[in-house]
Design a protein around this ligand. Structure first.
Ligand code: ARG
Length: 581
C-alpha cells in the first residue's frame, strides 16, 4: 500500500467515502479522516482502510463494515463498483471513461490538475546563507538547492514567497580580517582594484596572525568595536570584503541557476540596528537574566546534559552581539516589517536546537502568534566516498565553484559521447545535465539524511537521476516535433500500459501536494521517476506514430501530458529539461 493521497482525486474519493460511512454506519465522518492510498496491487488503483479504523474504534466486523460502505458508495461516473480486499480494505478502481475524459481535459490545463492554494500565505524563506570572506563550500550547496526548489514549489502552489539570504557578514572575524587588509596595504577604496583570489586562504592567514600575535589580536578586537560603531574607514574595508565575497557568491548562483540576487541579501549586518531593541523588549518582559556579565534568555524546555537550562546568548560579556540575537531580530523583522506569516529556514541539521530555542523564545515573547509559523527545514551532510565529510584532493574543504565546474565538464564528456549535439547547443546541454545531476542527487534522497557524493551514480543514464529524466523528456519532445495532438482529442485507454501511464499523470497533484506539505522534494523526484518509467513501459508496448490516426492522436495526448509533467516537475526542482540530448 502506497502513500496517502491528497489533492483532487484523493479529496473526491474521501468525500464520497465519508458520505457512504455516514449513511451506512450512522456515524459522523470527516473526509479529512478518510485516508486514501495509492495501491501497489495490480488492478487496484486506490485503497482505503476506513472500515478497519472504524472496526477498531467502535467494534464490529471490518469486512461487514466495508461491505456496508461499498453498498452506499456513490460510484457514479468515477468508480467501478468497489471490492472488499483482505481483512476489510476498500479497493477502488477508477472508471476507464472517466480517466479517458480526464486525459483530454488535462490537455487544457497548464497546471496539470494542481489547484492554487485556497489560502495563499506570505512566506519568508531563508536559504543559502553562506559566510562572507570565506569560500562557499558544499555545506551551503544543499541549502541553496533545497531552498531554491522549495521556493519554486511554494510559489507554484500559489504562495507569496520572499527568499532572503542570511549572509554571515558581521561579528568578530571581521576585526581580524580588516586588520589583515590594512597590513596587506589595502587602502579601503574599491577603485584601488584589490582582489582576493583565495578567500579561504586569506581567512586562514588572518586567523594565524590573530592566534600568534597578541598585539594583532588586540587591534582586531578594537577593530570590531569600531566597525560595529559605524567607523567610516572600517566600514569601507568591510564593504570591500562583502563586495568581494558577493561577486564570488553570484558566480556560484549563476552557474547553479539558483534564483538569488543581491536584492535578496539580508546579511547579519542588516539587522544590527534592531538588536538593542530586541534586548530591551525581552528584558522588559522579564525574559532575560544576567549570567557572568552576559545577558541570556532561557526558553522553556531546553537543558544540557547536566540538566541545566540551556541559554540563548542575547548579549555577550563586554556588550557584543552574536548569532542568536540576530536571528531573533531577523524573525521579528520579517513578521512585523514584511508581514510574513510563515518563516522557513533551510539550514543544516546541526542547527536544529538553535532554531527550536529561537522559535520557543519568539512564542514566549509574543512575537510569533498562533496563526504564524516558523519552521526549521534541516538536512544532512554530503559525504565523500570514505564516508566522511567530503574533502578536495588536497585535503581541504571542497570549493563549490570547482565542484560545479567539474559537474559541467563531466556532463560535457557524456554529451560528446552521445554525439548528437555540437557547439553552443552542446555546451548549454552540458550545463543543464551537469548542474541537473548535482541538484537531483541532492534532492532525490530524504533531505534529513546524509548522502554520499558519487559522480558515476549521479550521472548514470539509468536509474533515478536527472539525466534519465532529461533523456526521457528529450525522447518525448522528439516525438512531439513530428506530430502533436489537436485540442479536444478523445483518448482511449485500451492497453494496460496506457492506463498505467495515465494513472501516473493523474497523480501529479497528489505527489506535488505531498512534496510541498512535507517540504520533501524527494517525493516529487520519486514521482517523476515513476512517471518516466511508466512512459517507457507504454513506449515499449504501444506504437505511437505508426498507429492508426485516432489511436495515434490518443497516444500523443499521453506523450504530451508526460512531457508536461516532466518539464514542470523538473522546473519545480530547479532543473532544466533540454529539448534535445
Ligand atoms: N551563515 C550560517 C552558517 O553558515 C547560516 C545562517 C542560517 N540562517 C539563519 N537565519 N541563521 O552556518
Amino acid at each position: 500500500v502506497g502513500h496517502v493521497v491528497h489533492g483532487d482525486v484523493g479529496r473526491e474519493l474521501a468525500g464520497r467515502i465519508a458520505a457512504a460511512v455516514e449513511t451506512s454506519q450512522a456515524v459522523g465522518c470527516d473526509p479529512a479522516d478518510v485516508a486514501i492510498r495509492v495501491s501497489g496491487r495490480p488492478g487496484v488503483d486506490y485503497q482505503s482502510t476506513i472500515a478497519l479504523s472504524l472496526a477498531s474504534e467502535q467494534g464490529g466486523d471490518p469486512q461487514e463494515i466495508a461491505a456496508g460502505i461499498a453498498a452506499e458508495l456513490d460510484t457514479a461516473d468515477l468508480l467501478e463498483p468497489p471490492e472488499i480486499g483482505g481483512p476489510g480494505f476498500l479497493n477502488l478502481v477508477l472508471r476507464r471513461e472517466w480517466l479517458e475524459q480526464r486525459a483530454t481535459a488535462l490537455l487544457e490545463d497548464a497546471r496539470i490538475g494542481v489547484a492554487p492554494a485556497e489560502r495563499p500565505r506570505r512566506i519568508a524563506i531563508d536559504y543559502s546563507s553562506p559566510n562572507v570572506a570565506k569560500q562557499m563550500h558544499v555545506g551551503h550547496l544543499r541549502s541553496s538547492i533545497i531552498g531554491d526548489a522549495l521556493a519554486r514549489m511554494l510559489r507554484f502552489a500559489g504562495h507569496d514567497v520572499t527568499p532572503h539570504n542570511h549572509l554571515g557578514d558581521w561579528g568578530t572575524p571581521f576585526g581580524m580580517l580588516i586588520e589583515h587588509l590594512v597590513e596587506e596595504g589595502w587602502t579601503g577604496s574599491a577603485s584601488a582594484g584589490h582582489t582576493i583570489v583565495d578567500l579561504d586562504g586569506f581567512y586562514l592567514e588572518a586567523r594565524k596572525k590573530f592566534d600568534a600575535d597578541p598585539d594583532f589580536a588586540l587591534r582586531a578586537r578594537r577593530r570590531v568595536v569600531l566597525l560595529q560603531g559605524g567607523d567610516e574607514q572600517s566600514t569601507a574595508f568591510w564593504r570591500l570584503l562583502v563586495d568581494e565575497s558577493t561577486r564570488h557568491f553570484e558566480q556560484v548562483y549563476d552557474l547553479l541557476g539558483v534564483g538569488l540576487t543581491p536584492d535578496d541579501s539580508y546579511g547579519e549586518s542588516f539587522y544590527h540596528p534592531y538588536l538593542a531593541g530586541v534586548v530591551r523588549d525581552l528584558t522588559v518582559q522579564g525574559l532575560t537574566e544576567s549570567s557572568d556579565g552576559a545577558i541570556c534568555a532561557f526558553p522553556a524546555g531546553f537543558f544540557n546534559r547536566d540538566g541545566e537550562r540551556s541559554p540563548l546568548i542575547v548579549r555577550k560579556r563586554g556588550g557584543g552581539y552574536g548569532y542568536a540575537i540576530t536571528d531573533l531580530a531577523t524573525a521579528r523583522y520579517w513578521i512585523d516589517n514584511r508581514g510574513a506569516e510563515e518563516l522557513l529556514y533551510v539550514v543544516g541539521n546541526p542547527q536544529a536546537q538553535h532554531f527550536a530555542m529561537i522559535f520557543t523564545l519568539l512564542r514566549e515573547a509574543g512575537w510569533l502568534s498562533e496563526d504564524q509559523r516558523a519552521e526549521h527545514i534541516g538536512f544532512g551532510s554530503i559525504l565523500g566516498d570514505d564516508g566522511k565529510t567530503i574533502r578536495s584532493r588536497a585535503g581541504g574543504s571542497v570549493k563549490l565553484i570547482d565542484l560545479l565546474r567539474e559537474a559541467v565538464e563531466r556532463a560535457a564528456a557524456l554529451v560528446a559521447e552521445r554525439g548528437g549535439l555540437a557547439g553552443d547547443d552542446a555546451a548549454e546541454v552540458a550545463r543543464a545535465v551537469g548542474i541537473g545531476a548535482v541538484k537531483y542527487a541532492d534532492l532525490s534522497g530524504n533531505r534529513g539524511k546524509d548522502y554520499t557524493f558519487d559522480w558515476d551514480r549521479m550521472l548514470a543514464m539509468d536509474g533515478n537521476t536527472a539525466v534519465y529524466l532529461q533523456y526521457a523528456n528529450a525522447r518525448i519532445r522528439s516525438i512531439l516535433r513530428k506530430a502533436a495532438p489537436p485540442a479536444g482529442t478523445p483518448v482511449v485507454l485500451a492497453d494496460p500500459a496506457e492506463r498505467r501511464l495515465m494513472l501516473k499523470i493523474l497523480q501529479f497533484p497528489q505527489a506535488f501536494d505531498r512534496a510541498v506539505t512535507e517540504r520533501a522534494p524527494h517525493r516529487l523526484c520519486t514521482y517523476l521517476y515513476d512517471t518516466a518509467r511508466a512512459f517507457s513501459g507504454f513506449y515499449e508496448s504501444c506504437p505511437i506514430l505508426t498507429a492508426a490516426p485516432d489511436l495515434r492522436d490518443s497516444r500523443l495526448v499521453l506523450v504530451l501530458l508526460t512531457s508536461r509533467v516532466l518539464t514542470l516537475g523538473l522546473s519545480l526542482l530547479g532543473i532544466e529539461a533540454p529539448e534535445r540530448l
